[in-house]
Design a protein around this ligand. Structure first.
Ligand code: NOJ
Length: 770
């Protein structure tokens, strides 16, 4: 029994990795022979510029607009001639392309008094021109290097097209698949999401200061992924312990990776809208975490403080957001309209305005825009660095690595390239629009390789591929069923490509019913009757309830929305040129009523697996998921030897466990070996298990690899409701396995060295950043 709380470590105050460029200088102030450091030059430049700025121009730097009027005609929240002339535009979002952006920057430079360059932002969520798999899909690769590379490639393409800043990564944990934006994140687990957040931030910002990298933006701060009933934008109510343990760490991981910007969320958290939440944006983000970049609101979120019912007027809303710590106001123009008057009336302090302006000017300076506002606007780069061969190859690899093999009866897959007749059926089988998923930036359908094309590319003329759409996504028509059945009947194998339309997931696309939409389930029934092997390829943005589909299919491949190289990647997997190696980062429920159904749920007094009826369970559906977190098959097979686990953590709180994994199947392949830990007895209720390590290892067939994990007990603590981090001694269950349910267990005890007689005081360590 663990009785003593040994280590109350900190109040969300992890170590801070500095703001590489654009921060207040930390160098000694004394100039050596009048030679200024770069940081001093930046400070001097920015301060001099600020001295010349009027209040209107300063507030203008805090205002972001859409690009509309000058390019496409008037639109609300859009830039206008008059805003440019008065120097009231700090940033423009979601206009792409060197030609268009040059027009806007020229307009700004020619018409504004101080010619302060505009910062161009864009939602580059999973690619810019070349579209990679959606972030949720990519997370299933568990391949951090790959995710770094795709973010870097997206940055190269976007910056070659004039963009300075992406509104990504979205690092919201999503434990509810009804929430449509689950597609934009890294799934349900905080440990994995932190690693991915870090990889993606580093990827986008890989060469910051040069015109081939972009600023990243950690969004949506915070807990946006936990809306009531999974409805986008709904209020969020959760304990501070859960906020600290589950939702905050990916944002802190972004700071530690050097992220330059944050976006405040639309939602309220425990009754306070994130965009008007001073505790969150100032006390925690700025003061505790020492974030030095700038915070942008989400789209119209400042004005929406009125709809939340916490501000009565536009002016109240602007003041509330600004005072909370939102530096830049996205699209609703309230800062430009209201802050000047508020400063003049003494309701906003000038020094606060200056602090926000300084952050934004420093961000522009660090990109070299004051030396050359057109620095990112190079038509040659746009021609050559967008959709390059290497980026196309990367997109194909990323798409294949993101796919998860859910079922493969009788080793139906991989298919033989000698297959004579294939029936290719389904609304996504020859579709180039939906397979890009939500947020396709400037990706174009003409560049997409459909599954039909991918199969033809792979198989040539010797194989007959008979394509019939079969049905639409939503139309209740079964008219094409008979043609689909005929094609199936005449084939050697049926490949059905079914799922969601792109915009059934994504922003404001929450769903309450998570079955295959429309007549697609009935289409699979019809195909089943043809009596041929049925491969179902799924494309969707979120976990679906697939119990029936699982029964219908002989093989089931979760391909998510694979992006531009969709068809080639699907063909690579189906015909064995790429091995399935992805594993789910989000649990697939049996049915919607089980949601939320994440793997790291907390223990209860009456656990559901007890053999009695009054336990934590539904009376009509078992507690299990259809496919658990961490699950995914391969064409080869892996067997795990017995885990080696010392009985005790060492005096420094370290424990190394290892396991031998053998590839016992017919192919070389990759396995994602997972490490989970459970605190057996603690002063607060703890989850049944939590991911604390993973390794993706390549193992040639017939070979064995030893996989080692080192745990630091200080990473096994937890947060209380005062947001204090606590590490307690005692027994931990250590689990290693191939997914969150298929694990072997051992126990290890941490007897804190300090509680031995040698030390009077307990030894307290800072928790290592997750
Ligand atoms: C609203 C979305 O919530 C956010 O993620 C996005 O970056 C902005 N719109 C800008 O388009």
């Amino acid at each position: 029994m663990k009785r003593i709380i040994v280590a109350v470590v900190c109040l969300m105050g992890f170590s801070f990795v500095g703001f590489a460029q654009g921060s207040a200088p930390r160098v000694p102030r004394k100039p050596v022979k009048n030679i200024l450091t770069d940081a001093e030059k930046e400070t001097r430049f920015v301060h001099n510029l600020m001295k010349k700025m009027t209040l209107t121009e300063k507030i203008g730097q805090l205002s972001q607009y859409v690009g509309g009027e000058l390019l496409t005609g008037p639109k609300s929240g859009a830039v206008s001639d008059s805003l440019f002339v008065r120097g009231m535009i700090g940033s423009i979002l979601n206009v792409g392309g060197v030609e268009q952006l040059r027009k806007l920057q020229q307009k700004n430079i020619q018409s504004s008094r101080l010619k302060i360059p505009v910062l161009f932002g864009f939602d580059v969520i999973h690619g810019y021109k070349t579209i990679f798999p959606t972030p949720l899909a990519e997370s299933c690769s568990w391949d951090l290097g790959l995710m770094y590379e795709t973010a870097k490639a997206a940055a190269i393409e976007a910056s070659a097209s004039g963009i300075h800043w992406t509104f990504a990564p979205m690092v919201d944990i999503a434990r509810d698949p009804r929430w449509g934006r689950i597609v934009e994140g890294a799934g349900e687990d905080t440990y994995l999401a932190c690693k991915i957040a870090e990889a993606r931030v580093r990827g986008f910002q890989w060469n910051l200061g040069k015109p081939n990298a972009v600023y990243a933006c950690a969004k949506h701060f915070v807990a946006y992924g936990a809306p009531q009933a999974g409805r986008d934008y709904a209020p969020v109510d959760l304990s501070l312990a859960t906020l600290a343990e589950i939702y905050l760490p990916p944002f802190k991981a972004c700071i530690d990776a050097g992220v330059k910007t944050f976006m405040s969320a639309f939602n309220s958290v425990n009754g306070v809208p994130a965009t008007g939440n001073r505790w969150l944006l100032t006390e925690l983000l700025r003061k505790k975490w020492k974030f030095k970049g700038f915070v942008v609101s989400d789209w119209n979120a400042v004005q929406e403080l009125k709809a939340h019912g916490v501000a009565e007027t536009d002016e109240d809303a602007a003041l509330l957001a600004f005072d909370a710590g939102v530096d830049m106001n996205m699209t609703d123009g309230l800062y430009n309209r209201c802050l000047e008057k508020a400063v003049r009336e003494g309701r906003v302090e000038m020094k606060e305005i200056d602090a926000s302006v300084e952050r934004i000017l420093r961000a522009k300076y660090a990109l070299g825009l004051f030396d050359d506002p057109y620095r990112f606007l190079n038509i040659e780069r746009e021609r050559h660095e967008v959709r390059s061969d290497s980026i196309t190859r990367l997109a194909r690899k990323a798409a294949a690595s993101s796919m998860v093999l859910l079922k493969n009866s009788h080793a139906l897959l991989p298919l033989s390239k000698q297959t004579k007749r294939i029936a290719l059926i389904g609304p996504l089988a020859n579709n180039c629009a939906e397979v890009l998923g939500s947020w396709k930036a400037r990706g174009e359908e003409k560049d997409v390789v459909t599954v039909l094309e991918g199969l033809k590319n792979k198989l040539g003329r010797a194989t007959e591929v008979n394509y019939v759409r079969g049905c639409d996504f939503l139309e209740p028509s079964t008219q094409e069923f008979s043609a689909a059945f005929d094609a199936a009947k005449q084939s050697d194998v049926i490949i059905a490509v079914v799922g969601e339309k792109a915009l059934m997931s994504g922003e404001s696309r929450s769903r309450a019913v998570l079955r295959l939409p429309g007549e697609q389930g009935a289409l699979l029934d019809t195909l089943r009757k043809a009596g041929k092997p049925l491969v179902v390829v799924l494309m969707n943005g979120r976990p679906l309830c697939l119990e029936k589909t699982d029964q219908q299919a002989d093989a089931l491949l979760e391909a998510w929305f694979p992006g531009t190289q969709c068809g080639n990647a699907v063909a690579d997997i189906l015909f064995g040129d790429a091995m399935p190696s992805g594993k789910l980062t989000t649990s697939f429920p049996l049915t919607e009523g089980q949601i939320p159904n994440y793997y790291n749920y907390k223990r209860s007094g009456r656990p559901g697996d007890m053999p009695r009826s009054s336990t934590v369970r539904h009376i009509d559906v078992p507690n299990r998921n259809l496919y658990p977190f961490g699950y995914g098959l391969s064409y080869t097979a892996f067997s795990y030897g017995e885990m080696r686990c010392p009985k005790q953590f060492d005096d420094d709180g370290m424990l190394t466990v290892s396991v031998d994994v053998t590839n016992t199947g017919r192919y070389d392949g990759e396995e994602i070996v997972q490490l989970y830990v459970a605190d057996k007895v603690a002063s607060m209720v703890r989850p049944v298990k939590e991911l604390k390590g993973f390794q993706k290892v390549f193992i040639p067939k017939g070979q064995t690899k030893r996989v080692d994990f080192t745990l630091n007990v200080h990473d096994l603590g937890f947060w209380d409701n005062n947001m204090r981090y606590i590490v307690e001694p005692g027994a931990f269950e250590i689990m290693v396995g191939s997914n969150s349910e298929d694990v072997q267990k051992k126990e290890a005890i941490w007897v804190q060295a300090a509680s031995n007689t040698r030390h009077a005081q307990p030894k307290v360590k800072r928790p290592k950043q997750r």
